[in-house]
Design a protein around this ligand. Sequence first.
Ligand code: 6GU
Length: 275
Amino acid sequence: MRIDVITIFPEYLAPLHVSLVGKAVARGVLDVHVHDLRRWTHDRHATVDDTPYGGGPGMVMKTGPWGEALDEVIADGYETGARLPRLVVPTPSGRPFTQEHAAELSAQPWLIFIPARYEGIDRRVVDEYATRLPVHEISIGDYVLAGGEAPVLVIVEAVARLLPGVLGNAESHRDDSFAPGPMASLLEGPVYTKPPEWRGRTVPDVLLSGHHGKIARWRRDEALRRTAAHRPDLIERCDPAAFDRKDRELLAALGWRPGPGGHYVKNEKGEDGAA
Ligand code: 6GU
């Protein structure tokens, strides 16, 4: 997969050469190109922003440098044999980034990221390229960052670990929180490793029992408890048919019951099922 990032802070993307993503680059699974947007300015001050039409606070990134940068990067990619790129625009007003989104992007041959600073990029840039390329406007959560560079790091890491040969063990994504499949939309429970006792704290006996059926059940219970506590919205969204009898018993003990539409809802009274 080829990845281009056009930014006024190329040094912010240095982590793309570290750890899992860095190894994917080193192994040639990922071909990363980081570009300084100011290369495509022509004035002495290398200006990339200007005051907003209609007034308001802050500055808006100008069309000119983005247009020249994108034209050149797209032409270069095509010359080197890459196929139709997707344009990824990190913005707090984008669609919320999900694991599904990461999987969709990981199937693409080429992604071009255009992280903005200031109040964002003149809208005409995205409108123009949207006539030629699929565009993904993506938000990484309900909070505001100073720029899109950190979101690029987040999105690239989520995508890169799904590429074939990047994680050592293909099984590693099977139990991911948010992985598609029967465990869909449950958070992962706690994990333990050696030593068996640390500061008087022991590992749950069941994990040392060697009883695979009991271990799987314990993990499922922990996943349900954690999801109910941290992400009740995920429990509400679960297809109730995905819950087995043990799941239903645990959910009932945690104060959940099937609602009018069949999906689980938390009991009004009592946090622990004592309605
Ligand atoms: Cl993608 N960009 C910025 N600036 N802030 C954000 C974001 C993106 N996602 C959440 N907050």
